[in-house]
Every structure is written in structure tokens, then in C-alpha cells.
Design a protein around this ligand. Structure first.
Ligand code: F6P
Length: 328
């Protein structure tokens, strides 16, 4: 493999708090290594359209604490075509980029994998998504911040739910993965979590809430993962069903939406992003390619793209048990 002199870095897909800390770490670790860094704007869209500029150490000053991504992000349709990837490769060559660091979720790492296969360019992925749905890493950049944001919101909703003696269905992000719903439910003492990984019968749920309301509680909070792409599921769906079966209950819905993706990253996300960014440069130095850098049992791990993307990260059944036990 030719010696690396210049790397490109991009953020892609849904933004996640801590992405800036990751860009900063990648940039500074690469510069420490004697490499040149090219910052690619708007994810793969910027690679296709040559929105690329050199990043120096000061380019990432005063960014570790900022949410969003200074590189901007996009879900590029053009990069999904082979013509788009050809244009992207031409720009990689024109800018002298020898290796790519891609910070993003599932779709973004899938893009890196196919680009690496087609053009034999070393790619390293960093898991950047609030969904925490990448296999092989215990956590992803942005997940902890999003979890804390949800927790603050639910605590506030609990105040009004209690005062009015209502049931709230609160929808959180994570179309295909229930990590946010499950763990925010535990952290807020919610009565239940409805997640895509587990089937939840509406009748059971309604009955469960009913029992709780009659017994000791005067309000209920149910965390619900957002609806699937086909429109099924989601907080509205479950709220409507419970309303029908229990017309006496005062049911409300709150959809937290994109506020979950914003805000200043937590210490945990900043540290994770910094560690992963430095490890990405070390991995390239060691001749690694086409792997996602993750953390497992507090150790840095290299996860082949194939595994990170294709294997479904399992939900922790024990945690579901914790939630069910504590919500009676
Ligand atoms: O992948 C991150 C995520 O926030 C998902 O939880 C959500 O389903 C999706 O992005 C929303 O994407 P967009 O911002 O493009 O609507």
C-alpha cells in the first residue's frame, strides 16, 4: 500500500453531537502524524462536487463543545450511483487524498464500503449516530447526548403528566433500533418502552397501563420508537389504540423529533469521539482499512464494515427486564 500523505474527512447522514469532537481529533492526530488533512463539506455530496478544503489545526479550534457538524452533512443520492462515485473518485485523486475517514451511521459506512471496494481506497469509519445501532461497538458518538436530552424532556413532561393525571406516549428517534426508547425509559422511570425489536401487543400495553393507573399511579409515560418507513408504529398509533380501548384515560402524545439530535455533546460523547478519532489515525498507520473503529468493554476495536452494517445489534434483554420489573 502506498504511503499515506493526505487524508480526507467527512461527516455523513444524520448529524450527531460529538461529530465535531471527532473531526477535531482526526484532524489533529493526522497532523501530529505529519499528514495533510482535507475537510470534505456536506458528506459524500461534497466529495462528488469537490467541496473540499485543507483543514489545519486551527480549523477545528473551539469546536469540541459544539453540536451539529462544522463540515455539514447530507444524505447524498448522487453518491449512491456509480457515476456519482466516479466523480467522487476523480476529486479524491485531484485533491491527492490517499485515505478517507467517514463519520456517520449505517448508510454512511455502507457508502464507504462500496467506495473502498470500487476504487481500492483505504476507508476508516467512525460510528456517528444518535441511534446507537452499529454492531461491534458498545456505543456510538451522539447516543449519550441524545439520551440525556430525551431524559430532560421526559422529566419535564412527567411534571405535567402527574398534575393532570394523564398518559403520555412520547416518541423518540430510532426507526429500526430501540436503544434510545429502551434506555430513556429506564432513566426516566417510564412505565413501558415500545421498540422495533420486540412485538408489543396493544391490548397488553393498554391493560398494563390500566392496572398501573388503577393501582398506585396517577400518570403513565410510555417511550415509543418512531414509526417505520412504511408508517406503521409510532406514538400516534399506540395512543389512538389505547384511547379506543380505554376512553376514560386522558391520553396525550409528544413527538420529540429533531431536538434530540442537537445540543452540546456530553463529556462521554466528547471523550468517545476524541478516542475514536485518534484511533482512526493509528489504524491507518497500522495498515488497517475498511473497518469501523468501535469501543467494546472500554477497549478500542476494529469492526469490518460488513459486520458493523449488516449484523443487527441486539437489544439487551436484561435491560428490558429491569424496565418491566421497576415499572409495576
Ligand atoms: O439516523 C439518525 C436519525 O436521527 C434517525 O433516528 C431518524 O430516523 C433519522 O435520522 C431522521 O432523518 P432525517 O433527519 O433525515 O429526517
Amino acid at each position: 500500500m502506498a504511503r499515506i500523505q493526505t487524508i480526507g474527512v467527512l461527516t455523513s447522514g444524520g448529524d450527531a453531537p460529538g461529530m465535531n469532537a471527532a473531526v477535531r481529533a482526526v484532524t489533529r492526530a493526522a497532523i501530529c502524524n505529519g499528514w495533510k488533512v482535507m475537510g470534505i463539506q456536506r458528506g459524500y455530496e461534497g466529495l462528488v462536487n469537490n467541496h473540499i478544503q485543507e483543514f489545519r489545526s486551527e480549523s477545528v479550534s473551539n469546536t469540541i463543545q459544539r453540536g451539529g457538524t462544522i463540515l455539514k452533512t447530507a444524505r447524498s443520492k448522487e453518491f449512491m450511483t456509480s457515476e456519482g462515485r466516479k466523480k467522487a473518485h476523480d476529486n479524491v485523486v485531484a485533491n491527492g487524498i490517499d485515505a478517507l475517514i467517514v463519520i456517520g451511521g449505517n448508510g454512511s459506512l455502507a457508502g464507504a464500503q462500496i467506495f473502498a471496494q470500487e476504487y481500492d481506497i483505504p476507508c476508516i469509519g467512525l460510528p456517528g449516530t444518535i441511534d446507537n445501532d452499529l454492531y461491534g461497538t458498545d456505543t456510538t458518538i451522539g447516543y449519550d447526548t441524545a439520551l440525556n436530552t430525551i431524559m430532560e424532556c421526559v422529566d419535564k413532561i412527567r411534571d405535567t403528566a402527574n398534575s393532570h393525571e394523564r398518559i403520555f406516549f412520547i416518541e423518540v428517534m430510532g426507526r429500526d433500533a430501540g436503544f434510545l426508547a429502551q434506555n430513556s425509559a429506564i432513566a426516566t422511570g417510564a412505565e413501558a418502552a415500545i421498540i422495533p425489536e420486540e412485538y408489543t401487543a396493544v391490548d397488553q400495553l393498554a391493560e398494563f397501563i390500566g392496572r398501573g393507573m388503577r393501582k398506585s399511579k396517577n400518570s403513565s409515560i410510555v417511550l415509543v420508537s418512531e414509526s417505520k418507513k412504511d408508517g406503521t408504529g409510532g406514538a400516534m398509533y399506540y395512543a389512538d389504540r389505547v384511547r379506543k380501548e380505554y376512553p376514560d384515560f386522558d391520553v396525550r402524545v409528544t413527538i420529540l423529533g429533531h431536538l434530540q439530535r442537537g445540543g452540546t455533546p456530553t463529556a462521554q460523547d466528547r471523550i468517545l469521539a476524541s478516542r475514536l478519532g485518534v484511533a482512526a489515525i493509528e489504524a491507518l498507520n497500522d495498515g488497517q482499512r475498511n473497518v469501523m473503529i468501535g469501543v467494546s468493554n472500554n477497549q478500542i476495536v476494529y469492526v469490518p464494515f460488513n459486520k458493523a452494517i449488516k449484523i443487527n445489534k441486539p437489544i439487551d434483554k436484561e435491560l428490558m427486564n429491569v424496565l418491566n420489573t421497576l415499572s409495576i
